[in-house]
Structure formats: structure tokens, C-alpha cells
Design a protein around this ligand. Structure first.
Ligand SMILES: Nc1ncnc2c1ncn2[C@@H]1O[C@H](COP(=O)(O)OP(=O)(O)O)[C@@H](O)[C@H]1O
Ligand SMILES: Cc1ncc(C[n+]2csc(CCOP(=O)(O)OP(=O)(O)O)c2C)c(N)n1
Ligand SMILES: [Mg+2]
Length: 329
């Protein structure tokens, strides 16, 4: 749905900021706890956490960058929260509290915004986190950007880095073709991340947002490289459909499309991958795939060795995938 309106009575400047805040409180419903833990004061007042570590993250949702008119307003609202939940999942954490900063034109449709908030509120209830407050700010007509900051907690957060020679590389779910729908309808892998964080085998974890080709290199310690068996990469049906249109290999889509919101993680060397996968299958319905392993990188020969290679040692899709402010050559 298109977020902006020509109607004089459906726009934000028909009601003004104070009424907008009252509406936001109504739209958020039970996802916004009672004052002063929820909306209404200079800050929200939160109870102390129960677990050892606090986790703090934010992500934004920008019109024409992260969603367009093919998304419903409620999908857009849920997506903003789920993008943040996916980061908490990637640490093995539990989400707690969120604040939301909204910056948009006065021509934003009230109907659209109400559905944005109810979509987000429903998602917050589903995943057990609160929307405790936020901020609104007027921007140019036709613009919409929202940033959500999410606080979570974990006893044993899992970092991105921490691999060793011979360690296995895994991905949950399947990858690629997200623009065909998955970028809106994904489920953040919270239970999966929490389960993985408690396993003794786990060394490192992150979520895949920019595509395997951008994100996997972020996990590889110096001196090591990821050796991936391309035939094992979990290519999604959407990646195959995208490949039909683009004429490119489906596995390239799996590596570079991004917004998979799946977990990418590394387990220690010497484990039995079949046993690990069987333990996962007892808990979760979607697939888990070991795609390759870490090995020592060849000594640099002029340039740094590739971070991600195929079974033949050739580099895989280096530099491709999603990047904001990509350098134009
Ligand atoms: N504008 C910013 N100010 C401060 N830190 C930032 C900013 N943008 C990104 N970072 C930090 O850079 C690191 C890498 O970010 P990135 O790889 O983009 O994470 P993700 O893809 O999960 O959002 C993170 O620690 C993030 O908090
Ligand atoms: C209209 C639109 N264009 C393009 C995309 C594809 N896309 C947008 S952002 C992105 C990558 C992930 O977003 P980013 O802001 O980098 O998230 P982060 O890595 O910080 O979690 C992709 C693949 C989309 N979902 N919608
Ligand atoms: Mg990114």
C-alpha cells in the first residue's frame, strides 16, 4: 500500500502531534505498558534485567530502501521490529524493550500509520517484547523513515567471531530471492538462537541480512578462510524463481540477495554434524545445513587471501551482496 495520501483528512497535519501521540498509544495497545513504563514521560522507566548481559541494537526501515508499495502497512511495521529481533536472535538473546523514532512527511496517511503500528504491536506481543516509547519528527513530504532501538538480554551471548581450523559452518532455513516476499514474511529465529547459544558446540553466530557473500567474511578470523561446498548451500525456492528471471545461477541469488534473516553460525571442530542436525530437528521444523568448514588460509601473495572459497579454492562472490553507499566505479 502507498503510504502517502492526497486526502486532506487522512494526513498527519489534520490531527497534529498531540493527537498523533494519543493515537499511537491506542494503536500500540497492550504492547505499550502502563505509564511510566510506557509512553508519557521523558524516558520510560524499566525494571532491571534478569539475565547477566544487556543487548542493545537498532535498525531502520526506510521508504523505497527497505519497503515499497507492495508491502502492506502492517507488514512494514512488523518488518521493522523483526529486523531488530533478528539481531537479538543472532546473539542468542531474549528481547525486552523498544523505542521507536519516526520521521515522516505531513502527507503520511493516518490509516497507513495506524496499520503500521498495529502490525508492529501484534508482532511485539507475539515475540514478548514491549514498545515503551519513541519520538516523532516532521520531515519532507513523501518521506518515511523509522528507527527502532531494541534492548534484550542474554546469559551467554554469542559473538560473530570465534572460529577455529576445521570448524563447521551452518545456516538455518534457506537462502536467496527474499525480494519475492521473504523480506516481509520472515520469522526472526529467536528460539533457534537461544537454543544454539546454550549448546556447547557453538563458537560464533550472526544473522544473514546482506547476503552470505557479505556476511560470512565478517565471521572469519584472520588466517582462516571458509571453504563452502556450493552443492550444499540451502538454495530457496524463491532463489530458483529469481534465477529464472535474472538468468543468473540460483546459488548466486542465495549468496547475494540478502534479507534472509536466517542464522549463520560456526560449531567447533570434531563434532558429529549429523548428530548436531538431529538434535536441531527434534526442536525445529525448518532445515539446518552444514555448508562447509573453516580452514587455514594460504599465505598472502600480494593481496589478502579470499575469505570465502569453493572446494576448488577459488573465491566465491567476493564483494557482491547488499551494501549501503556502495562505491560507484
Ligand atoms: N551509525 C552508526 N554508529 C555507530 N555504530 C554503528 C553505526 N552503524 C553501524 N554501527 C555498528 O557497526 C557494527 C557492524 O554493523 P553491521 O555489520 O551493519 O550490523 P548489522 O548488519 O547486524 O546491522 C555494529 O556493531 C553496529 O552497531
Ligand atoms: C524496496 C526495496 N528495495 C530493496 C530491498 C532489498 N534490500 C533492502 S535493504 C537490504 C539489506 C539489509 O538491510 P540493511 O539495512 O543493510 O540491514 P542490516 O544489515 O543493517 O541488518 C536488502 C537486501 C528491499 N527489501 N526493498
Ligand atoms: Mg546491512
Amino acid at each position: 500500500m502507498f503510504p502517502f495520501t492526497e486526502s486532506a483528512v487522512d494526513r498527519l497535519d489534520h490531527i497534529g502531534e498531540k493527537q498523533l501521540l494519543r493515537f499511537i498509544q491506542e494503536w500500540l495497545g497492550a504492547a505499550n505498558p502502563p505509564y511510566p513504563r510506557g509512553m508519557g514521560d521523558d524516558t520510560a522507566i524499566l525494571p532491571p534485567p534478569k539475565r547477566k548481559h544487556l543487548l542493545l541494537t537498532n535498525d531502520s526501515l526506510v521508504w523505497k530502501r527497505h519497503f515499497d508499495e507492495t508491502a502492506s502497512a502492517s507488514q512494514a511495521g512488523a518488518k521493522l521490529l523483526k529486523r531488530n529481533l533478528s539481531d537479538i536472535a543472532a546473539m542468542g538473546g531474549h528481547p525486552l524493550h523498544a523505542v521507536l523514532a519516526l520521521s515522516c512527511g505531513a502527507d503520511l496517511s493516518l490509516k497507513w500509520l495506524s496499520e503500521f503500528f498495529t502490525g508492529m504491536a501484534e508482532c511485539a506481543q507475539q515475540y514478548g517484547c514491549e514498545i515503551n516509547g519513541g519520538d516523532v519528527s516532521q520531515a519532507e513530504p513523501g518521506s518515511f523513515g523509522a528507527t527502532l532501538t531494541l534492548l534484550g538480554e542474554a546469559d551467554q551471548p554469542v559473538l560473530r567471531t570465534g572460529g577455529a581450523d576445521g570448524a563447521w559452518i551452518w545456516a538455518s532455513g534457506s537462502l536467496g530471492g527474499s525480494i519475492l516476499g521473504h523480506h516481509l514474511d520472515f520469522q526472526p529465529r529467536l528460539s533457534e538462537g537461544q537454543w544454539l547459544a546454550a549448546r556447547p558446540e557453538i563458537l560464533a553466530m550472526m544473522d544473514i541480512t546482506d547476503g552470505l557473500s557479505q556476511d560470512l567474511p565478517k565471521m572469519i578470523p584472520d588466517g582462516l578462510q571458509a571453504r563452502i561446498d556450493l552443492s550444499l548451500v540451502p538454495v530457496s525456492d524463491a532463489a530458483r524463481a529469481a534465477a529464472q528471471d535474472s538468468g543468473k545461477p540460483a546459488v548466486l541469488h542465495a549468496f547475494t540477495d540478502g534479507e534472509d534473516y536466517e542464522l549463520l553460525f560456526i560449531t567447533r571442530p570434531g563434532i558429529d554434524p549429523q548428530e548436531f542436525e538431529a538434535a536441531w530437528r527434534k526442536q525445529f521444523n525448518h532445515p539446518l545445513t552444514a555448508m562447509g568448514s573453516l580452514c587455514s588460509a594460504p599465505p598472502p601473495n600480494g593481496s589478502a587471501p579470499s575469505k570465502v572459497v569453493g572446494l576448488d579454492g577459488g573465491n566465491l562472490f567476493e564483494g557482491e551482496g547488499f551494501e549501503h553507499f556502495r562505491i560507484q566505479r
